[in-house]
Design a protein around this ligand. Structure first.
Ligand code: C2E
Ligand code: CA
Ligand code: CA
Length: 405
């Protein structure tokens, strides 16, 4: 049973409304309000004498006020709850509408095609539980623009490093820097919970440069003890909107006296690429400056073949959703094989992310080259723990290799 408070459903078709009501009740929801017109819905939401709705489920095709206009109105009134879009149109229309809603900074849980399957409804609502129950309180309490700005400026963001190793000989090939927010009252907060917030508040440039700065300091420190380690840093698509980004990165690199070849930028299309020509310009200049480029989360909706076609990536990061557990799943295995083959043909290095257990490891051993990253090899760690990890890993690798013989 789902633990969700008030839900508002809007559809001009009363049959759809009552079908949804039955389904929502089946899932354990008790406070369900049904309306046939978006204008009535706005009135309901605005009315002061009812408690706020946690979720609004809205059809796209409606007479008078359609779903898109309704979404815009919701954004205008800063509706804080979650939104699910519903349509009989094809999936791409829904996707476009959903993109629009997230550009309006609405909390969009997902989209559903009609007729709605109970399972998809359960799944989409499930996201609400996970996201909101965990995060709503936190977000509201602490993730104001001021707090995040302060966190960046006062050095509350710290980096953890996760190793990438070579499949061929187990050696360390690089580290991915992942950011954490060391919050004075709430403890360690994961990036999934604040990167999007930083993007929405226009703080992502500040954040990225704080991260780069820290990574470069660390690399300089490693160099002083004779370690030349490649470091990958995640950048957001929003970072690739100012044309001087490559120059800024380069000047930071030279400030710390770091060879650009030791830096890899990981790029994912977490939001719409607003200006592809600009991105192409920036990315190509990064490449000319010998900075490495990785296409992150490849295989998910955010990372596409079109990006692979148009942008000069050297590294393909295969998303963990088809790395972990691919032994047991023919579809995952096929995507994995296909992507690896493609990377090989394009002369790109591939990195399998999310190598989580021994089974994943054994499965991936069938490939000859490529890099692996995941909990099985090492979790993201503080830089001071790297030496110890490396010693332990070498031993473990030797044992794994022996076992194979
Ligand atoms: P990502 O780039 O895909 O980073 C890898 C994430 O997968 C990390 O989560 C890592 O802890 C997790 N992971 C690694 N191995 C395994 C495994 O075997 N199993 C599972 N289940 N997970 C594994 P993390 O650190 O929470 O980062 C989440 C996302 O936040 C990153 O995904 C990245 O997109 C974003 N992010 C992290 N740091 C930064 C940053 O400095 N700037 C930006 N813009 N985004 C960042
Ligand atoms: Ca990454
Ligand atoms: Ca990734």
């Amino acid at each position: 049973m789902l633990n969700i408070g008030r839900v508002l459903v809007i559809d001009d078709d009363p049959i759809v409304l009552s079908a949804l009501e039955v389904q929502l009740s089946k899932l354990g929801l008790k406070e369900i309000t049904l309306v046939e017109a978006a204008t009535d819905a706005l009135e309901q939401i605005l009315s002061a004498n009812s408690p706020p709705f946690d979720i609004v489920i809205c059809d796209l095709q409606m007479p008078v006020m359609d779903g898109i206009e309704f979404v815009r109105r919701l954004a205008d009134m800063h509706y804080p709850g979650a939104l699910i879009l519903l349509s009989g149109e094809n999936a791409r229309t829904l996707q476009a509408a959903s993109l629009l809603a997230s550009k309006h900074k609405l909390n969009i849980l997902g989209t559903l095609t009609k007729p709605v399957a109970l399972n998809s409804l359960r799944e989409t609502l499930g996201t609400f539980e996970r996201e909101i129950v965990d995060l709503r309180g936190l977000r509201e309490q602490i993730m104001s623009k001021e707090d995040l700005t302060q966190a960046i400026e006062q050095g509350q963001l710290i980096l953890y490093y996760q190793p990438k190793i070579s499949l061929a000989d187990g050696s360390l090939k690089g580290l991915e820097a992942v950011v954490r927010w060391q919050h004075p009252r709430h403890g360690l907060i994961n990036p999934d919970q604040f990167i999007g917030v930083a993007e929405n508040y226009g703080l992502i440039d500040k954040l990225t440069f704080a991260v780069l700065d820290q990574a470069f300091r660390q690399m300089a420190q490693w160099r002083r003890v004779g370690k030349e380690i490649k470091v990958s840093v995640n950048v957001s698509m929003d970072n690739l909107s100012s044309l001087d980004f490559p120059e800024m990165v380069l000047s930071k690199l030279s400030e710390h006296n770091i060879d650009p070849k030791l830096l890899v930028l990981e790029i994912t299309e977490s939001r719409l690429m607003l200006n592809p020509d600009k991105v192409l310009d920036i990315v190509t200049r990064l490449k000319l400056k010998r900075i490495g480029l990785a296409l992150d989360d490849f295989g998910t909706g955010h990372s596409s073949l079109a990006q692979l076609r148009d942008l000069p990536f050297d590294e393909l990061k295969l998303d963990r959703s088809f790395v972990h557990d691919s032994t047991a799943d023919a579809v995952r295995a096929a995507i994995l094989h296909g992507s690896i083959q493609m990377a090989d043909q394009l002369g790109m290095v591939w990195v399998a992310e999310g190598v989580e257990d021994l089974e994943d490891w054994i499965y991936l051993r069938q490939f000859d080259d490529g890099l692996l990253q995941g909990y099985f090899i090492g979790r993201p760690m503080r830089p001071e723990d790297l030496d110890l990890w490396q010693k332990e890993w070498q031993e473990r690798y030797r044992a794994l290799a022996k076992q194979r013989e």
